[in-house]
Design a protein around this ligand. Structure first.
Ligand SMILES: NC(=O)C1=CN([C@@H]2O[C@H](COP(=O)(O)OP(=O)(O)OC[C@H]3O[C@@H](n4cnc5c(N)ncnc54)[C@H](O)[C@@H]3O)[C@@H](O)[C@H]2O)C=CC1
Ligand SMILES: O=C(CO)[C@H](O)[C@H](O)COP(=O)(O)O
Length: 303
């Protein structure tokens, strides 16, 4: 299959590489010319603009957007729209709000798939988990690409109608916040508590057979190994927060109690309001975990 990919950052580059490795052809565009040059070296064809990308794809276009949520998605779609017909398929693999995805699906001529993507840059080797909403025929049409980008056939599924993919990803991220908070609180107590413990050893031991083993816990182990038991100069400043905010807003709208997700989100906001960089161990771990799974910048204490 020939796939157009718009957005070649941390995640889009992986979409390109995994598609090329699976034998698909890729036409690629990014506002950053260096990012385009890099994927050309890897075997993709460069496009000079979204319009050029659309022209190069010919009929029955398949396009994957992997740009930051919000205005960048609308900008790319505005440029694509004049070139789209009902036989074309557009995938938005970013963290868009599900209501934006429904709006975009209704506005475009093409079949629109909202694709929640999880796995972060580690997905380069493992493949991603993909949660997809939108028309069934478009999902089936794109299945060879989803097989390549995901961990395999079990790493993706159609969640339901338009918006459901990004809805499931939004809730996934709420869960992600709460799990990070839970691990953070546990390690904070161990760090401040009665025993002189080796944090990396605790994480490793828990991750071998314990009930609470997980990838996030493996990333806790990595954080302690790379930063030290006290997390070195990692600050208590936790960035991000949009998807968790949406999760809490939706929980309120549906009258579903989500106190753990809200508490984790509130901890983030407070870390930004009070942040002298010295504070809570749990927040410092959350800050470092965001680097572990997403390669998000780590806020560090000023010396
Ligand atoms: N980093 C992560 O772990 C994860 C990120 N996501 C989502 O995936 C999407 C992309 O994330 P990243 O790759 O991490 O971001 P990134 O910042 O590494 O890359 C974004 C790329 O999009 C390009 N871009 C921006 N506007 C553009 C436009 N109008 N036309 C063409 N290119 C444009 C930028 O130049 C950049 O290369 C976001 O929605 C993000 O929330 C989803 C899951 C995990
Ligand atoms: O979707 C993701 C992981 O699943 C991204 O890494 C996202 O950026 C995480 O959310 P936040 O930036 O609010 O911590």
């Amino acid at each position: 299959m020939e796939l157009g990919v718009i957005g070649l950052g941390r995640m889009g580059r992986i979409v390109v590489d995994r598609c090329l490795a699976a034998g698909h052809d890729v036409v690629a565009f990014d506002l950053d010319e260096a990012a385009v040059a890099d994927v050309v070296d890897a075997g993709a064809t460069a496009a000079e603009s979204v319009t050029d990308l659309a022209d190069r794809l010919g009929a029955e276009k398949r396009v994957w957007l992997m740009v930051p949520a919000g205005d960048a998605v609308d900008a790319a779609l505005d440029d694509l729209e004049p070139h789209l017909s009902g036989e074309d398929v557009v995938v938005d693999g970013g963290n868009s709000h599900f209501e934006d995805s429904v709006r975009r699906a209704e506005a475009t001529e093409a079949a629109y798939l909202d694709c929640g993507t999880s796995g972060g840059p580690a997905g380069a080797e493992l493949g991603f988990s993909l949660m997809i909403g939108g028309p069934a025929w478009a999902y089936e049409e794109l299945t060879p690409v989803f097989d390549a980008v995901a961990t395999g056939p079990d790493g993706h599924d159609r969640m339901g109608r338009s918006g459901s993919g990004h809805y499931v990803k939004m809730v996934h991220n709420g869960v992600e916040y709460a799990l990070m908070q839970a691990y953070g609180e546990g390690f904070e107590l161990l760090h401040e508590g009665r025993y002189d413990l080796d944090m990396e050893s605790v994480a490793r031991t828990w991750n071998n057979g314990a009930v609470i083993r997980s990838w996030l816990l493996a990333l806790c182990e990595e954080a302690f190994r790379e930063e030290g038991d006290d997390l070195g100069d990692v600050a208590d400043h936790v960035a991000g927060g949009s998807t968790g905010t949406w999760t809490v807003q939706e929980a309120l709208a549906q009258e579903v109690p989500m106190p753990l997700v809200y508490a984790a989100l509130a901890e983030r906001f407070d870390s930004r309001a009070t942040g002298d960089g010295e504070g809570r161990f749990s927040r410092r771990l959350a800050n470092r975990l965001r680097y572990g799974f997403g390669r998000h910048e780590v806020a560090r204490r000023e010396e």
